[in-house]
Design a protein around this ligand. Structure first.
Ligand code: PLP
Length: 476
């Protein structure tokens, strides 16, 4: 009783009519029957069919019913240059015709991968001169784990094998990614499978932990948890600390200004490697090439993915700083690590064109000087909404907290009972009204494409306010 999957999609229609060629119900039924989605209860797909996305242009996407949605999440934090870039499609097409694939094992290479490595070195902080390519952010963090272990082994310090990460961090979905990450929901489902010697400290979440302190005071307290953990496990045992400059999937946790300088000081004091997971923050998200530039830190390793190709073709990897690269290259011989798709020429061609667009259209300068500050102003105006205890931005990421009752200060607001799932109610209104905004508990977050204009920011914040009002109505 197998369905012919091709039969339910009509032959090519014009892009503007993309939805018309899709029989939504048939695709949803087939989807529920065969497709196990990421982070989804597959059983539920049988009751409520998945939303079928058929087209994207600029900052908007369309579903198979012809409904337009403003993509406030840039897909999954990746669509930095926006949808519908024909020059990326052209670059991919040309590369596929020239050389669709070759590997970079055993002393072979390809032209786009070499050019991309050089380009990444050019745009990254000065002490980065080498790149290791992977297929995703998770593979990038697997690579980090192997680089870190190898580095300390070559340094004659095998006992330095503990990595410190943070609660609620997201570092990917492979075993290494999930183990490095601090998502309890992921750890709970993998009993006994998480990698040993990875420990976690609290996140610098002022709303949660900052009561009675200024943000600056709290930033120092939260950074101090790293030093406490180092002393607890033994400084001579600690290999590295890994963190996202701004924690993304954990709820856009924007650290106080004192946090990162203190983290850097502590890493330097104990000689431990600092790994910045820039899978979200990289490629302009904060109005700088990397989050490390934004916070003025000097990591030894940078994980990248997503924005490197704006999601047009999968790619990830690690920027390897001189401290690690010098030891591995000088003393390491063969590094027995790599992926079939490391340095994939088509992905590299997409990345090169994506970076060219970012540079030519001055997207990072725009976010830094114009649209980022405008988003901060407009999104900040949501602070006056009766449901919102705080609305804050950092470059082109933003988050707001929904509360039952506002108080005289941030820490005197009354939270909703979590069983009410107010964030999900709000997210439902967003979807219903053509806006994609994510809910992490009762914190609502966005990370719009870097091409979003001031007019589109007005539209986006207007939609958010409308949906906050609708949520408030629902709760009455
Ligand atoms: N690291 C961070 C900070 C991420 O946000 C993600 C994905 O959201 C990853 C790593 C994993 O990347 P991927 O899904 O490409 O494996």
């Amino acid at each position: 009783n197998k369905t012919d999957p091709v039969a339910i999609v009509a032959p090519a229609a014009r892009p503007a009519d993309a939805h018309k060629k899709v029989d939504t119900k048939a695709i949803q039924a087939l989807d529920a029957k065969h497709y196990m989605h990421a982070f989804t209860d597959t059983k539920s797909l049988g009751q409520v069919g998945a939303r079928v996305i058929v087209k994207g242009q600029g900052i908007y996407i369309w579903d198979s019913e012809g409904k337009r949605l403003l993509d406030g999440m840039s897909g999954l934090w990746c669509m930095n240059v926006g949808y519908g870039r024909t020059t990326i499609a052209d670059a991919v097409h040309a590369q596929m015709q020239e050389l669709p694939y070759y590997n970079s094992f055993f002393q072979t290479t390809n032209v786009p991968a070499v050019q991309l490595a050089a380009k990444l070195v050019e745009i990254s902080p000065a002490h980065f001169n080498h790149v290791f390519f992977a297929g995703s952010g998770s593979e990038g963090n697997d690579t980090n784990l192997r680089l870190i272990r190898r580095y300390w082994d070559l340094k004659g310090a095998k006992e330095r094998n503990i990595i410190i990460s943070r609660e609620n961090a997201y570092h990917g979905s492979t075993i290494a990614g999930a183990s490095l990450g601090g998502m309890s929901g992921m750890h709970d489902q993998q009993i006994g499978v998480t990698i040993p010697n990875i420990v976690h400290i609290g996140q610098p979440y002022y709303v949660e932990g900052g009561k009675g302190k200024t943000p600056e005071e709290f930033g120092l307290v939260a950074a101090g948890w790293l030093e406490q953990k180092i002393l607890e496990v033994g400084a001579e045992r600690v290999a590295a600390f890994i963190a996202e400059p701004v924690q993304g999937a954990g709820g856009v946790i924007i650290p106080p200004s004192t946090y990162w300088p203190e983290i850097q000081r502590i890493c330097d004091k104990y000689g431990i490697l600092l790994v910045a997971d820039e899978v979200i923050c990289g490629f302009g998200r904060l109005g700088t090439w990397f989050g490390s530039d934004y916070f003025g830190i000097k990591p030894d390793l940078i994980t990248f993915a997503k924005g490197v190709t704006s999601g047009y073709i999968p790619m990830g990897g690690v920027l390897v700083g001189d401290r690690v690269a010098d030891v591995l290259i000088e003393h390491g011989g063969d590094f027995n690590h790599g992926f079939t798709y490391s340095g994939h020429p088509v992905a590299a061609a997409a990345a090169l064109e994506n970076i060219r667009i970012i540079q030519e259209e001055k997207l990072i300068e725009k976010v830094h000087n114009e649209t980022g500050p405008y988003l901060a102003k407009k999104f900040g105006e949501l602070n006056d909404h009766p449901l919102v205890s705080i609305a804050e931005t950092c470059g082109f990421v933003a988050g707001l907290n929904l509360v039952k009752k506002k108080g005289p200060t941030l820490h005197e607001c009354e939270a909703f009972d979590s069983s009410l799932e107010v964030g999900m109610i709000c997210r439902g209104h967003m979807f219903g009204n053509g806006m994609i905004m994510r809910a992490v508990g009762d914190r609502m977050i966005i990370a719009p494409p870097l091409v979003t204009t001031v007019e589109q920011i007005d539209e986006m914040v207007g939609l958010i306010r409308f949906c906050l009002d609708a949520t408030l109505e629902d709760l009455k």
